[in-house]
Write a protein that binds this ligand. Sequence first.
Ligand code: ADP
Ligand code: MG
Length: 421
Amino acid sequence: MKPNEIDLHKELKKYFGFNQFKGLQEQVVNSIIHGNNTFVIMPTGGGKSLCYQLPALVLDGTAIVVSPLIALMKNQVDAIRSLGSELGVAHVLNSSLTKTEINQVKKDILDGVTKMLYVAPESLTKEEYIQFLRDVKISFVAIDEAHCISEWGHDFRPEYRNLRGIIKQLADDIPIIGLTATATPKVQEDILKNLDMSGANVFKASFNRPNLFYEIRPKTKNVEGDIIRFIKQHKGKSGVIYCLSRKKVEDIAQLLQVNGISAVPYHAGLDAKTRAKHQDMFLMEDVDVVVATIAFGMGIDKPDVRYVIHHDIPKSLESYYQETGRAGRDGGEGHCLAYYSYKDIEKLEKFMAGKPVAEQEIGYALLQEVVAYAETSMSRRKYLLHYFGEEFDDENGEGADMDDNVRNPKKKVEAQNEVVL
Ligand code: ADP
Ligand code: MG
């Protein structure tokens, strides 16, 4: 079928059961089915997967989807397969497969059954796969989590930087689709440059979350008491408390329990069974609060988290945005409270001391942005969105009055080592 003859709404309904596209999806899908290089920047949960899955399903040939994590790929492929039997068309090619499995996948691709082939970037560098893929009709290459290309991103992966060269070896003029939830202009430039797609159609969704209230409080000696008070004011509501260290997670979880608050700890030092149990307890609302390191959150989708507290300030505004973004997914109230002291910034700086110089410099620069955000007296939403390259009207924009600075303009948080109130 020619691109213009495809009824996208019909295909959307047929494959995914949705009646409508979300946000910019339709424009993105159109751009891809017309064979254009396309760059998609949408917040987490924005619906990026569908942007390349639908074109893959309606176009001739196989789409290659590059994704950084085997677990993520498996989730996606399972989700596609669960949509219906006619969608038994997504496959994974990676190091976890046996020789027999790999041969089966190859056969399905050559038979034209496979519409989407998920690969890890390191698999794509294997000569064996490159040789094989040269004989495959490739509709396009989608690079999910494209910020992994950039050292300025929060999850830099050197293998991602080889992708452009490999794609060139596969065939001439394969359209490339990059997708990311990282909105900083620096990372975007890096991606476009590295993938050599300066002429790409760029689609950027707004990162504004009007239902989130942003608040920074100075971190005093009594931060724990303050947190307990806050939680008690939100009795029965679900919340997440982020701490920097596993030890702090354990301490605070215990402290909350002692104070009659139902809370569980979550960090990578706990065994997988305990982690899964604590996560389920939170999702099933057997407990109100999860106290966690950043290990908690990957793929967590509890819609009614009412508050996210940062006991320790995060190392970048991207992390802050991602972590606070877990509040209010359902569109209801979400209070984002972070405690800030310069001591914590120095602690984060110390963590970077052993790293390569280039990485340190980037780390310091990102941290300075956190300091500026914490200390600003302007609209936090405006500051945050500006950081992501987005202009926000702090008088009439959606959610304009939803932060501490706007509500109480006189109070200003200053850099201070330790304040005793
Ligand atoms: P992202 O990769 O941008 O974080 P996902 O692709 O994982 O987001 O999609 C987030 C959620 O939105 C999924 O549960 C998906 O089923 C849902 N979704 C995507 N597109 C639509 C749509 N057009 N209508 C309704 N729900 C959608
Ligand atoms: Mg995604």
